[in-house]
Design a protein around this ligand. Structure first.
Ligand SMILES: *Cc1c(COP(=O)(O)O)cnc(C)c1O
Length: 399
């Protein structure tokens, strides 16, 4: 299997060609190696591989597989990092990144506005293993500075939070963390892998749920942990390969093929989100439209300075709370009610009664999740059709 050096290529060329390993058949489309194990020519070869895995050698799919490796190499090339480890889901990646770097007695600082399952790992699981956790308001740099201590091992955050789209000053938080010797793990889903600024900001590990923009078509679960070779092939791989969170070769093949078109898809989805957020701003049935690249966003300047695009998701706060929100959701004809996002199909989610239902009223209020809040994920449909759909559904809310 031959591989090319692709460092000098532009992004879209890497998206199509990076990481490709061709078999002796010279296939055009990357092969799906649906195999758990690998055959050794001799007992000596088996022994040698268990001592050290080099080059294109594999021993077991929980450790690595050629299709999974092609996906890891391509996404690492796109992110601009040395290495990646692909995982069974985004949560396997978040869990793996944290567990790989932490031990009992360590201190973790994390932003409070987190995806529900990330919050569960940070608040419940880590504490059970005697990791001390401090949660901060991610927008407040002074709070980060106070919370990060000399014994802080890891800082964990979502660069842009779900579902309220708070933007964290990632370069500044990384500087504070590194000054105390802490490593920074960024869950970068909302910033998207197409417009990521996590490497420039100095993040140590970058985590994606590949279920979102990378698959982008609502099919497979997956995740990936990205970073320097020393961390990925060191503690991350050691933890992941022995605890069994590897990505399946089939899912890796779907993700790999999806990377060819990811930037094209995500660019259009971002443009649609910006257009719709703009069109809805100031609507009489809405208390608020939240989009990082809309001038009304409280962190508009920061968002503009960090990210090229404002993302594929925006949020609206419907006047009239849950009842009005449900009327609106049920009246939509193109948007689908679901809890995933970054699909080619546009999706609306009512976080208060679904993804964040588990939280208390007070906790939801602290995160800005009101009863009228709806998360809108923009797909690949015609943006004018989507705009008409949102407006007709808003018109159905009684004044
Ligand atoms: C979806 C998501 C996850 C979890 O990913 P799964 O693939 O569903 O396990 C973690 N973090 C963020 C920010 C997400 O959006």
């Amino acid at each position: 299997m031959g591989r090319k050096t692709t460092d000098h290529w532009q992004r879209q060329t890497k998206a199509v060609h990076a990481g490709t390993r061709r078999s002796q058949y010279g296939e055009m489309s990357e092969a799906l190696y649906l195999t758990q194990g690998f055959r050794y020519e001799t007992a000596e070869e088996a022994e040698a591989r268990f001592i050290e895995i080099t080059g294109d050698a594999f021993i077991y799919a929980r450790y690595g597989n050629p299709t999974v490796a092609m996906f890891e190499d391509k996404i690492a090339a796109l992110e601009g990092v040395e290495a990646g480890f692909a995982t069974a889901s985004g949560m396997a990646a978040v869990n793996g990144a944290l567990m790989a770097l932490l031990k009992a007695g360590d201190h973790v600082v994390a932003s409070r506005a987190l995806f529900g399952s990330c919050l569960y790992i940070i608040e419940d699981i880590l504490r059970r293993f005697h990791v001390e956790v401090t949660l901060v308001d991610g927008r407040d740099l002074a709070a980060w500075e106070t919370a990060i201590r000399p014994d802080t091992a890891v800082v964990f955050l979502e660069s842009i939070s779900n579902p309220t789209l708070e933007v964290i000053d990632l370069p500044a938080v990384v500087r504070l963390a590194h000054a105390q010797g802490a490593k920074v793990i960024v869950d970068n889903v909302f910033a998207t892998p197409s417009y990521s600024y996590a490497v420039e900001a100095g993040a140590d590990l970058i985590v994606y749920s590949t279920t979102k923009h990378i698959d982008g078509q609502g099919r497979c679960l997956g995740g990936v942990i990205l970073g320097a070779r020393e961390l990925i092939r060191g503690p991350v791989e050691a933890y992941m390969k022995h605890t069994g969170g590897a990505m399946s070769p089939f899912n890796a093949w779907v993700m790999l093929k999806s990377l060819d078109t990811m930037d094209l898809r995500v660019r259009v989805q971002c443009e649609t989100a910006a257009q719709l957020a703009n069109a809805l701003h100031g609507h009489e049935k809405l208390a608020q439209v939240i989009y990082p690249h809309h001038p009304s966003h409280p962190q508009y300047d920061l968002a503009r300075s960090l990210c090229t695009k404002g993302g594929t998701v925006f949020a609206i706060d419907v006047v009239g709370g849950k009842e009005a929100a449900f009327t609106f959701l049920n009246a939509l004809e193109i948007f689908t009610i679901s809890n995933n996002f970054a699909d080619s199909k546009s999706i609306v989610t009512h976080p208060g009664t679904t993804t964040h239902q588990r939280l208390t009223d007070e906790h939801r209020a602290r995160l800005g999740i009101t009863s009228g809040l709806i998360r809108v994920s923009c797909g690949l449909e015609d943006s004018e059709d989507l705009q008409r759909d949102l407006l007709q559904a808003l018109a159905r809310i009684k004044p």
